[in-house]
Design a protein around this ligand. Structure first.
Ligand code: NAI
Length: 286
């Protein structure tokens, strides 16, 4: 049978999560997605109304089939963690079973197991603030939504992942080089994510024969990136300075993801893989 993938962090057809879903679907995988609860309604409505039909087209002409959309909020591990004001919030009260533990349980009940786990989500409420002006609360929120969310997902999904499976996340070079503008502790969160990739690769490799890698992607004008405010500048900077002077397509990240979770990458684990037109290798802008 084909492989089954759960992709956390898809809420429209612009981001890396969507492109990864497409690349995996094109390679024959069955696609399940986890969508942030506040974005669920509009995503499902748009899907139903055919707004994404054009972007569902796969290279062979067929359409990507998203088998099921799970509501998810990856900052909560179990129902006991959810504060009252969130529980009673209209958008949250309309869905159920969206904590990480419950989503993993529901996927298990629905399908039994998965082969591929993708984490394509991040959030930093103070991302537009320099680190020097970031509050403790904002910093910890960035780490919670962007780094621990991955630890939690892998923790809860590993027991239902078939041996030989693989997991990936998305990171950004602000983890290892100073990128002014990528604030609020988001640079710290990506550094944690990359370090965790190595430790989780060891632990999940030993425990479940699962590979764990992260893709350090170049700039893409996704919804999340637009919220940061300087994405157009970063895209232009990359175009001017990278070895490959071309637009970076989300599909190029999707294709790398498909490779990394496939048997073609059977000896690659714990790695940070750059998909950025080579920008990370430059030391002098010319
Ligand atoms: P995106 O907006 O398509 O994806 C981010 C997703 O995270 C959204 O669907 C959002 O609803 C979801 N999300 C936020 N908080 C959540 C939570 N608590 N629980 C569940 N879902 C939540 O944007 P993009 O840019 O494709 O982001 C995907 C990943 O790629 C992120 O990890 C991001 O940091 C990374 N990345 C993006 C780059 C860019 O230039 N766009 C560059 C390098 C990495």
């Amino acid at each position: 049978r084909g492989k089954r993938a759960f992709i956390a962090g898809v809420a429209d057809d612009n981001g890396y999560g969507w492109a990864i879903a497409k690349a995996l679907a094109a390679a024959g995988a069955e696609i399940l997605v986890g969508t942030w609860v506040p974005a669920l309604n509009i995503f499902e409505t748009s899907l139903r109304r055919g707004k994404f039909d054009e972007s569902c087209k796969l290279p062979d002409g067929s359409l990507m089939d998203i088998v099921k959309v799970y509501p998810l909020d990856a900052v909560y591990d179990c129902p006991e963690d959810v504060p009252e004001d969130v529980k009673s919030n209209k958008r949250y009260a309309g869905s159920s079973n969206w904590t990480v533990k419950e989503v993993a349980e529901t996927v298990k009940n629905d399908f039994g197991s998965i082969d591929i786990l993708v984490h394509s989500l991040a959030n930093g409420p103070e991302v537009t603030k320099p680190l020097l002006e970031t509050s403790r609360r904002g910093y910890l929120a960035a780490i919670s939504a962007s780094s621990y969310s991955y630890v939690s997902l892998l923790q809860h999904f590993l027991p239902i992942m078939n041996p030989g499976g693989a997991s990936i996340s998305l990171t950004y070079i602000a983890s290892e080089r100073a990128i002014p503008g990528y604030g609020g502790g988001m640079s710290s969160a990506k550094a944690a994510l990359e370090s965790d990739t190595r430790v989780l690769a060891f632990e999940a490799g030993r425990k479940g024969k699962i590979r764990v890698n992260t893709i350090s992607a170049g700039p893409l004008g996704s919804r999340a990136a637009k919220a940061i405010g300087f994405i157009e500048k970063m895209i232009e900077y990359s175009y001017v300075n990278a070895p490959l002077q071309k637009e970076l397509l989300a599909d190029e990240v999707g294709n790398t993801a498909a490779f990394l979770v496939s048997p073609l990458a059977s000896a690659i684990t714990g790695s940070t893989v750059y998909v950025d037109n080579g920008l990370n290798t430059m030391g002098l802008a010319v």
